[in-house]
Design a protein around this ligand. Structure first.
Ligand SMILES: Nc1nc2c(ncn2[C@@H]2O[C@H](COP(=O)(O)OP(=O)(O)OP(=O)(O)O)[C@@H](O)[C@H]2O)c(=O)[nH]1
Length: 374
């Protein structure tokens, strides 16, 4: 619960405003019933019910856009009705509503809601004791709305900037490790709920230090950005790439089965061999690949992919090692039951000789064989 409040700004605003509204309005509702003003008491009760509905709906569905809209409509509609029913003392309730609309709905909708609320109140002149009071109310409402707009706009801009800084790798523009942790948690939760399959690919460039040492960090940086561009242009929209650190990246692939995964990986390896260059020639990468096992933790999933990557490096680099016995799993149907392996047993698709070194050699994809390391 605290996690959701921390990570979802709109939900936290909805909850805060909902709680404040309930605490602020309830005593008035009780007082109005006690004073015999049943109409006003009922109105407050309806407002309380509407606000509670908006908060509960947002929590249950996670749809804070609709929840925020419900709250904004109930708050503005309620404040206008209270102004009409109670008269002058009820007018003050519109001010907090004029401010909070900017935090609950998009700015354009907030402006329309605010103008409509003030105009409706003004059109029922009975709420005001004089013309001067009515126009003073309208002017102050405009000032309050303008200030709230500027504050909410700046707040949103800063939030977006901060979020960008916290989640995006500045060199390559892909999501960073922090975002990856969240994405893997989400993937594991989704797999548990829906049975969706996920593959995790740990990719590490080979001998990257030599590129930096021989040609400088600028060239090393260009290789990293080129790598990201190549992968992003050649993977599906639903695939997600993260920079794990240094020259190591994570590719999260939803909805791939054993056979599909082998073909995706072979294509990726060949693409990099063909297209990823530094001034001295081709840049290759090593890959550790693991399918998410049924009920497996993210830590174990990552550890298995990491072990596979280690194995790929140890056995010569420029190769793909699978943590799961894909040939045996065959298709997605049996994967969860059959594919999870102890990390000490790695299924390895051995690479062909790198075509950039020996163009006559067969490609890795066409020659891929599966062997199990003890
Ligand atoms: N240009 C550049 N270099 C980086 C960046 N981040 C890390 N590095 C360098 O990446 C190199 C990684 O070196 P190693 O961990 O030895 O890996 P490697 O040379 O690729 O060797 P293997 O992975 O074993 O094939 C180090 O020299 C780091 O300084 C970066 O953002 N830009």
């Amino acid at each position: 619960m605290l996690h959701r409040l921390k990570n979802d700004f709109r939900l936290s605003i909805i909850t805060l405003l909902g709680a404040s509204a309930v605490l602020g309005i309830t005593p008035f509702a009780v007082l109005r019933f006690l004073q015999g003003n049943t109409m006003a008491g009922l109105l407050d009760t309806v407002i309380l019910a509407g606000i509670s509905f908006g908060v509960i709906y947002s929590w249950l569905t996670g749809n804070t856009r609709v929840g925020g809209m419900v709250l904004a409509l109930v708050a503005c509609g309620g404040a206008v009705s209270v102004g009409y029913v109670v008269g002058e003392p009820g007018l003050f309730w519109l001010y907090p509503c004029l401010v909070t609309t900017f935090f609950l709905v998009a700015p354009k909708i907030a402006i329309v809601l605010n103008i409509a609320s003030v105009l409706v109140l003004m059109s029922f002149g009975e709420a005001f004791s004089s013309q001067v009071q009515m126009w003073s109310f309208a002017s102050t409402a405009v000032v309050v709305s303008a200030c709230a707009y500027v504050f909410a706009y700046r707040n949103k801009n800063q939030r977006v900037r901060l979020e960008h800084l916290a989640t995006i790798d500045p060199l390559t523009g892909v999501k960073n490790r922090r975002s990856m942790d969240e994405a893997l948690d989400l993937a594991a939760a989704n797999a548990e709920q829906t049975g969706q399959s996920y593959a995790l690919v740990l990719l590490d460039l080979d001998h990257f230090k030599t590129i930096n040492d021989d040609y400088g960090h600028g060239v090393g940086d260009s290789v990293l950005t080129e790598l990201v561009a190549l992968i992003e242009h050649n993977t599906r929209k639903s695939d997600q790439l993260f920079r794990y650190g240094g020259e190591e990246f994570v590719l999260l692939l939803p909805g791939v089965d054993g056979v599909g995964l082998q073909s995706v990986m072979t294509n990726l390896q060949q693409l990099l061999r063909r297209r990823l260059k530094h001034p001295g020639g081709a840049v290759t990468a090593s890959f550790g690949v693991a399918l998410l096992g049924h009920g497996e933790s993210v830590a174990s999933w990552l550890r298995r992919a990491d072990n596979a990557l280690y194995e790929a490096k140890e056995s010569g680099r420029d190769r793909i090692v699978y943590a799961d016995a894909l040939a045996q799993a065959g298709s997605g149907a049996g994967r969860y039951r059959n594919s999870r392996q102890p990390s000490s047993k790695l299924a390895e698709v051995s690479p062909a000789v790198n075509p950039t070194q020996n163009p006559a050699a067969p490609s890795a994809g066409s020659n891929a064989s599966v062997k199990v390391r003890k």
